[in-house]
Design a protein around this ligand. Structure first.
Ligand SMILES: NC(=O)C1=CN([C@@H]2O[C@H](COP(=O)(O)OP(=O)(O)OC[C@H]3O[C@@H](n4cnc5c(N)ncnc54)[C@H](OP(=O)(O)O)[C@@H]3O)[C@@H](O)[C@H]2O)C=CC1
Ligand SMILES: CC(C)=CCC[C@@H](C)[C@H]1CC[C@H]2C3=C(CC[C@]12C)[C@@]1(C)CCC(=O)[C@@H](C)[C@@H]1CC3
Length: 334
């Protein structure tokens, strides 16, 4: 049976590079590009088909920042496929990022310098906003919309006789101290991105507990620092081009400067080839690039506890009920 692979945020950056790599590895997969903009999605599909003309590549319009769009997309997926083998939960945003130059300079001369380059701890904040569903945008896009998608296509993901994998693009910027169960959407603080990625890590742990017995496995990945539209929102692309020699130099000291989307997709690609049951639910899988430019995958234990994961899952289920009642009037009958 040909494997069905769905990738959200597939039209650019890491998601697009992953699609390229998946097709180069196995052009028999049925690849579905989950994107919010039809033009950008079609452009990505055309580019993929130009290098893999016989591949099965389709587009699924989905805005993970809008509950109605997620529900509609899930319905479409259920009409198209009997099973989804791999669901890459990759779409993500970091709106209005602000770099603290003072903290950056201070960090440069501290013992924490390598950690600062790998995680951006203490130097980056963002400004969030409320969506039309009444949720924090970063939380809804990076976490909740994806969670809803999983819930809505549960029958395609849970099969008694074979496994499916959820693969989240998380980040080494995920930090416990940026997250709070009492404000899990991060409406109060200034690090919604870090909070959303920590919520992703917690949720993945809880989803494994909930779904492993039904054949569904969840993992989280950090692609490292990659040059994409997301990082061009922090600093313009000419800045990154100018400091590229410095980036290559930093790579000698930290393996997290993967830089290219191709390298960043390493761990996402590696997970595609693993037996789902053999994966560690408490580890994060990192794409790494050595000083000489070689790619590999390494694991780190996540700073998570199962109880917090369960509590977050419970809160997400309550929120799902509440939001669906509000945004989709005849929800569950539709
Ligand atoms: N770049 C980096 O250094 C790192 C990135 N990451 C994570 O990698 C993932 C991919 O980001 P990256 O490739 O870097 O950045 P890009 O901005 O290139 O890609 C993000 C993708 O997500 C899509 N997207 C954003 N919002 C929505 C939405 N509401 N509904 C559907 N799709 C949406 C974008 O679509 P559109 O083109 O329409 O905006 C785009 O295709 C993100 O989750 C990010 O947090 C993690 C660690 C490091
Ligand atoms: C490299 C030099 C000399 C300057 C760049 C300084 C910062 C702009 C840069 C340092 C560490 C970077 C970083 C990220 C963004 C850009 C930095 C803050 C991320 C937060 C991007 C998104 C992620 O998810 C993280 C894994 C990145 C961590 C490192």
């Amino acid at each position: 049976m040909r494997k069905v692979v769905v990738v959200t945020g597939a039209n650019s950056g890491i998601g697009f590079a992953l699609c390229e790599r998946l097709l180069s590895y196995d052009d028999q997969i049925r690849l579905c590009l989950g994107c919010r903009n039809l033009q950008r999605a079609e452009a990505a599909r055309t580019a993929l088909l130009s290098s893999h003309p016989t591949a099965d590549v389709s587009v699924l319009l989905v805005d993970v920042g809008k509950v109605t769009s997620v529900v509609r997309a899930a319905k479409e997926l259920k009409e198209r496929y009997k099973k989804v083998d791999y669901l890459y939960l990759n779409a993500g945003i970091m709106p209005n990022p602000q770099l603290s130059f003072r903290a950056f300079i201070k960090g440069l001369f501290s013992r924490n310098v390598i950690n600062m380059f790998a995680t951006a701890e203490g130097i980056l904040t963002q400004k969030d906003r409320i969506t039309e569903d009444g949720l924090q945008e970063v939380f809804e896009t990076n976490v909740f919309g994806h969670f809803m998608l999983i819930r809505e296509i549960e029958p395609l993901l849970c099969h008694a006789d074979s496994t499916s994998q959820l693969i989240w693009t998380s980040s080494s910027n995920a930090r416990k101290s940026a997250f709070s169960l009492s404000d899990y959407q991060h409406s109060q603080g200034q690090e919604p991105y870090s909070s959303s990625k920590y919520a992703t890590d917690l949720l993945s742990v809880a989803l494994n507990k909930q779904y492993n017995k039904q054949g569904l496995y969840s993992s989280v990945v950090c692609p490292g620092l990659v040059m994409t539209n997301l990082t061009y929102g922090i600093m313009p692309s000419f800045f990154w081009t100018l400091i590229m020699p410095i980036m290559w130099l930093i790579r000698v000291f930290t393996n997290s400067f993967t830089i290219s989307p191709f390298n960043g997709a390493e761990a996402l690609m590696w997970l595609f080839n693993q037996k789902a049951e053999s994966l560690d639910p408490l580890s994060k899988y990192h794409s790494c690039t050595s000083g000489l430019g070689n790619n590999y995958v390494c694991l780190s234990k996540m700073d998570v506890d199962e109880k917090s994961g369960d509590l977050l899952l419970q809160k997400m289920l309550e929120l799902e009920k509440e939001i669906c009642k509000k945004s989709i009037p005849d929800y569950r009958n539709s």
